[in-house]
Design a protein around this ligand. Structure first.
Ligand SMILES: [Zn+2]
Length: 88
C-alpha cells in the first residue's frame, strides 16, 4: 500500500489586520471607542485585578484602563461608596 498524501488542505490564514481579537457578532466597540468597556472580557485575572477585553483593552478593577496603544485611562467610576462626605 502506497500512501498518497494529497495535501489539499487549505491553509487557515489568520487575518490579523488590527490588534483586536474580537470575533463577536456584532463586533464589540473598539479600543478607540468611548464604549470600549462594553467589549467582552477574554481573559480575567482577579488576583491581579484586571481583565483583558476582546478589543485589546486592559480593564482594571478600579475602572482604570490600559489601551492597546499604551494609553492609560484613569479610573472613572468610584467604587468606594463608603466615602460619604459628612460635613456636619
Ligand atoms: Zn468582542
Amino acid at each position: 500500500m502506497d500512501t498518497v498524501t494529497s495535501r489539499s488542505k487549505t491553509t487557515t490564514t489568520q487575518r490579523k489586520t488590527t490588534a483586536t481579537m474580537c470575533q463577536h457578532q456584532p463586533p464589540c466597540p473598539t479600543a478607540e471607542s468611548a464604549d470600549r468597556e462594553a467589549a467582552h472580557p477574554v481573559a480575567h485575572f482577579p488576583e491581579q485585578g484586571w481583565s483583558l477585553l476582546c478589543n485589546g483593552v486592559l480593564l482594571f478593577e478600579d475602572t482604570g484602563e490600559l489601551l492597546p496603544d499604551g494609553k492609560i485611562i484613569d479610573p472613572h467610576r468610584p467604587l468606594d461608596t463608603r466615602h460619604i462626605a459628612t460635613a456636619a
